[in-house]
Write a protein that binds this ligand. Structure first.
Ligand code: CU
Length: 187
């Protein structure tokens, strides 16, 4: 039960991991192009002179910042997959496109792999990974900031973690498209 609770927490945490991207919004900021994932936010900061709005001209999302001057900030969180074009109504050299794709981090909700890792905590340079499913194991090791510190594939049950620093990690094991995440403590 403890493991399931933890998996749920981590999965949710992971799927909602959001990034905020920052743009200036002023005269001479044409053709802003950005590709983001669902749930990400784009933040525009008004700079320079003049009064500008930021309004969608076409696309899957609709928003209108209204007119503001330097120092104003406007954010929009993109929850729909697709392309959204925006502009400043009076200044046609201020425009851009936000392209939203679905999250690349789709983690299977079915944890049928029955991953067992030992020893855990790890005190040696190797861990043994047992799974119910046979196949090549694609392995990603994330630190607590969701950074990938190890990305490898193994055909056996033995993973070398010789180069991994002591700490708390999340190990994602994927076999034939099915993933399971476990906590891994390295000492
Ligand atoms: Cu403008």
């Amino acid at each position: 039960m403890r493991k399931i609770t933890f998996l749920l927490f981590f999965t949710l945490n992971f799927l909602t991991a959001q990034t905020t991207y920052n743009f200036d919004w002023s005269y001479g900021t044409p053709d802003q192009q950005i590709e983001i994932e669902v749930g990400d936010t784009v933040n525009w900061t008004w700079t320079g002179s003049g009064s500008h709005n930021l309004i969608v001209t076409s696309g899957v999302e609709t928003f209108d910042s209204g007119y503001h001057t330097a120092g104003w900030e406007f954010s929009h969180t993109f929850n729909e997959v697709g392309v959204t074009d925006y502009t400043c109504t009076p200044h046609d050299d201020m425009y851009g496109t936000v392209t939203v794709s679905s999250s690349t981090m789709s983690i299977s909700e079915n944890n049928n792999l029955n991953v067992r890792i030992f020893p855990n905590p790890v005190t040696s340079n190797f861990i043994t990974i047992k799974t119910a499913t046979i196949g090549i194991k694609n392995i990603k090791l994330y630190d607590i900031n969701s950074r990938v510190v190890l990305n490898t594939s193994i055909d056996s049950e033995i993973l070398n973690i010789d180069n991994v620093s002591p700490g708390v990690y999340f190990i994602q094991i994927t076999i034939n498209g099915q993933s399971e995440i476990s906590k891994l403590i390295v000492r």
